[in-house]
Design a protein around this ligand. Structure first.
Ligand code: FES
Ligand code: FES
Length: 173
């Protein structure tokens, strides 16, 4: 089949997609978007988290065909322009990245949280990231990074906040 969809704000077409292929496979192997990671392929680890029409999904559990005519945003489309998103910056600054395999999924899940909830509580943060598994960091630095990003995104002067919120509402490359 020919898959037509919007990915990170760009119209994309892929020919020869097999009906059983996952969206994750198409992103990584056919569209050269390796940010979304393939760790479990069973919906257990969250490493492949992407937005599908604005909803957080595991790309390994979504058939590529289900994305036909829809909008996909991957971790490659989270940051505004060439700069890192505040969440990505906080992960780097606080050492929340070790092997980095879980990081793209955590970034997308954290982004989704900050988009929905400007001032998440500790419980909100833990719940939002509960579906994302990390083997390396023990989670504390990851949680610290999300807290820091939340402060920076929503504790800024109004003009800056509007810019960042625009990025949160409409993530794209
Ligand atoms: S690779 Fe999709 S949830 Fe683990
Ligand atoms: S940083 Fe290695 S799995 Fe999370």
């Amino acid at each position: 089949m020919r898959l037509s969809c919007t990915i990170n704000g760009e119209a994309r077409e892929v020919d020869g997609v097999w009906e059983g292929e996952s969206l994750l496979y198409v992103l990584r192997e056919r569209l050269a978007l390796p940010g979304s990671k393939n760790a479990c392929e069973q919906g257990e680890c969250g490493s492949c988290s992407v937005y599908l029409d604005g909803a957080l999904v595991c790309a390994c559990l979504v058939l590529a065909a289900q994305a036909h005519g829809r909008e996909v945003v991957t971790v490659e489309g989270i940051a505004p322009g060439e700069e890192l998103h505040e969440l990505q910056r906080a992960f780097v600054e606080l050492g929340a990245v070790q092997c980095g395999f879980c990081t793209p999924g955590l970034i997308v899940a954290g982004h989704d949280l900050l988009r929905r909830d400007p001032q998440p509580t500790e419980a909100d943060i833990r719940e939002a990231l509960a579906g994302n598994l990390c083997r390396c960091t023990g989670y504390e630095k990851i949680l610290d990074a999300v807290r820091l990003a939340a402060e920076r995104v929503h504790g800024r002067p109004e003009a800056d906040r509007r810019d960042q919120d625009a990025g949160l509402d409409a993530p794209r490359r």
